[in-house]
Ligand binder design. Sequence first.
Ligand code: HEC
Ligand code: HEC
Length: 184
Amino acid sequence: MAGRAKAQACADCHGAYGVSPHPGIPDLAGQKEMYLLKELMDFKFSAGVSNLARLGERNQTQMSHQMPSLTVDDMENLAAWFANQPCPRVEASADARKPAKVARCEACHGDDGRSNVHFVPTLAGQKERYLLTQLTMFEETGRGLFPTDPGALREHPLMGPHAADLTEPEMRALASWFAGRACR
Ligand code: HEC
Ligand code: HEC
């Protein structure tokens, strides 16, 4: 597939087949294709430019540095390639306690965080630390605050309101629970 050659530029951080070796960097393998494409667009066009459609904004120093060399065709090919790689194997532990707020998340993110919606990411089996960072960013911007880290911004009109009232222990519990679900 056309994305394969370009994906070599992503391998150090996201792994050769989209399973990241770093706890703070997300897996891309098996993620929704349209979601991956949208995030790449956000990284490319959020930096310094207002997002007219207001469908979310995203900026992160390491990722944003990747974007100038990528064309829209490259982004489409990369999204398709990573979405078609096998997702990371996670054995869901049966005795994990399900946090109370999971039902709210499943309404959009699907049962156990396996999304059935093109623009909503799968959370199941994603890196725990990464999930917590993202929730923390949505919690801040959802409450209308500027990000603590100026190199990292994430805002989304659907996610923000659902993160704004979460406490830190709740976010930790949710990140841990979704990270421990099987991705398929
Ligand atoms: C220097 C390390 C680095 C490289 C190289 C890199 N990324 Fe990333 N990527 C990151 C980090 C860190 C994040 C998490 C950003 C955040 O916290 O918001 C990320 C996030 C992403 C996301 C969002 C995933 C999600 O679940 O929302 C996508 C999509 C992505 N990268 C695609 C790519 C592609 C495609 C390439 C190659 C062209 C690439 N990245 C190269 C570090 C990197
Ligand atoms: C109304 C629908 C909706 C609800 C409810 C919702 N989300 Fe989301 N969530 C989204 C959308 C849409 C995105 C993608 C945002 C974007 O495009 O940047 C997202 C993104 C995320 C991400 C980033 C994933 C990644 O790969 O970067 C995390 C983490 C997350 N949601 C966790 C949660 C949790 C935990 C809950 C429950 C407390 C929840 N969401 C409830 C719609 C929702």
